[in-house]
Design a protein. Structure first.
Length: 455
């Protein structure tokens, strides 16, 4: 072998191993353009007025985000709890038209769009009503609580020619767009598997939120909250910790899988619901009356690729991550902030495993012949080509704002949103398939013809 030719160990040091051992992977700062960074005057014809429906935790985040974009004004709010009508006005920094009946907001002709950030079991009904009233909608993820709702939303959007953005912000995140570009360049080779996870270990992460001291049937419209869920007496725990109950949410899949899957769908360019899902897990630790598991792992089948997703509320040592595995390289995400391309060592190399069982003479002759026929590239040339590369967002990058701005552009110009109702439906169905498999203890199969999940 030539003196500077590369051993496998050299390759690992400059290439695949670089990220792992913290040596100098090349880091590129992504350069997203955000309106907030370059405020501009908005002509009166482009000014937008909106109302928020559901202003709990996320609803307040969303209205804050919308108000950071230029040319946007909030005029009304609907929520079922008095405290949240107050919180919304505090966030908006002004007095708003308030109501517990969202339909009154939809009747207002001066409202261009609504933000829907209610519990999941209310999303579809409110979105459909908003479309019928001529409003565009930014609706939080997951888009639906039950499979048929997604198809109803798609139909209504078409019928009333409305724009919708579903709120999984990774869909607009510049890191995931960069990753898509890398995949499209062919740098990963054939991609056959991917995985994603988000793990937590504290009561807040496990949805054990404090209940406000004034929570009561006088301050909360309990009957309206129930909607089409089973009728039960007032229960503040269910109202404020709804994520743990399958009557109102979808547990970990609805809360976290949808983010992971949105990223993976975006990077791989997946289309349609998964073909199959097999989930397993359990409610092991948070035995506080909830029915959703605190550990759930799911294997999804898509054409040509297997995707594994897992979440736990009982240990956070793995944090959150996504990995995309190709025959020529791996993409490794550090949550939503960066992605590193790690090349595979795809150089041809002599077989080393099975020839251990050959006589020494034959083995050494095989290796000598192999190296004569496959001259190795020099270390210097490999360094240039094979070094790991990291792409990360600049400090203060805001993926929520990027997602909201994309929606506002669509409202103004009637362009497509990054995460429309068709895309939102695919990832919501994927969440429903995980729960279907978990609760039925069986493989969930997507029936595209019948548009339903079968076991
Ligand atoms: N994109 C994200 O990163 C992200 C983060 C958190 C939550 N979310 C999503 O946002 C949604 C809300 O979550 P949250 O944590 O803010 O919940 P929350 O319990 O804090 O707030 C939900 C609010 O919706 C109101 N509401 C329910 N039904 C209503 C109705 N018919 N009319 C008017 N108001 C109604 C409730 O009164 C409540 O205040 C969920 O769908 C959740 O999955 C998304």
């Amino acid at each position: 072998m030539a003196k500077d030719s590369m051993t496998r160990r050299d390759f690992m040091r400059v290439g695949a191993g670089a990220a792992a051992i913290g040596s100098a992977a090349k880091v590129t700062l992504l350069d997203p353009v955000q309106a907030m960074a370059s405020p501009r005057p908005v002509p009166p014809s482009d000014r937008l007025r909106f109302a928020s429906i559901g202003t709990g935790v996320r609803g307040c985040n969303d209205l804050d985000t919308a108000l950071r974009a230029p040319g946007v004004e909030m005029v009304a709010v609907s929520d079922l709890y008095d405290g949240r009508l107050i919180a919304a006005q505090e966030h908006a920094g002004k007095k708003l038209d308030t109501t517990k009946d969202y339909r009154r907001i939809l009747d207002r002709k001066d409202i261009d769009f609504v933000i829907v950030a209610t519990m999941d079991h209310w999303h579809a009904k409110i979105v459909e009503d908003a479309f019928a009233a001529g409003k565009d909608v930014y609706c939080e993820k997951p888009m639906t609580h039950k499979v048929p709702e997604g198809f109803r939303i798609i139909e209504a959007a078409q019928k009333y020619n409305r724009r919708m953005q579903v709120g999984s912000q990774r869909r607009s995140n510049v890191v995931f767009h960069k990753a898509r570009e890398i995949v499209e360049s062919g740098a990963l080779g054939q991609i056959t598997s991917a995985e994603g996870w988000i793990d937590r270990d504290d009561p807040s992460g496990a949805w054990v939120y404090p209940i406000p001291p004034d929570a009561s049937p006088q301050t909360i419209d309990w009957q309206r909250f129930l909607g089409d869920a089973p009728k039960i007496p007032f229960n503040a725990k269910r109202f404020f910790r709804w994520r743990g109950y399958s009557d109102y949410g979808e547990g970990l899949p609805g809360d976290l899988y949808v983010h992971i899957l949105t990223g993976i769908y975006t990077v791989l360019g997946l289309q349609g619901p998964p073909q199959k899902a097999v989930a397993s897990g359990g409610l092991y630790h948070y035995k506080d009356g909830r029915d959703e598991p605190d550990v759930i792992r799911t294997l999804y089948s898509f054409p040509g690729v297997t995707v594994a997703v897992h979440c736990t509320l009982n240990n956070s040592s793995q944090g959150g991550g996504t990995r995309i595995y190709g025959t020529k390289g791996t993409l490794e995400f550090n949550s939503e902030e960066s992605v590193t391309f790690i090349p595979e060592d795809t150089r041809p190399r002599p077989e080393r495993y099975s020839v251990v069982g050959w006589p020494k003479k034959l083995r050494e002759e095989y290796w000598a012949k192999w190296y004569r026929e496959h001259p190795q590239p020099s270390v210097t040339s490999m360094k240039a080509v094979e070094q790991s590369q990291t792409f990360r967002v600049p400090d203060h990058y805001d993926e929520d704002l990027a997602h909201m701005e994309n929606f506002l552009t669509a409202v103004r110009t009637r362009s497509q949103t990054n995460e429309d109702q068709v895309f939102g439906n695919w990832t919501a169905i994927a969440c429903h398939m995980a729960n279907h498999s978990y609760f039925n203890k069986a493989e969930a199969v997507w029936d595209e013809q019948a548009k339903m999940i079968r076991t």
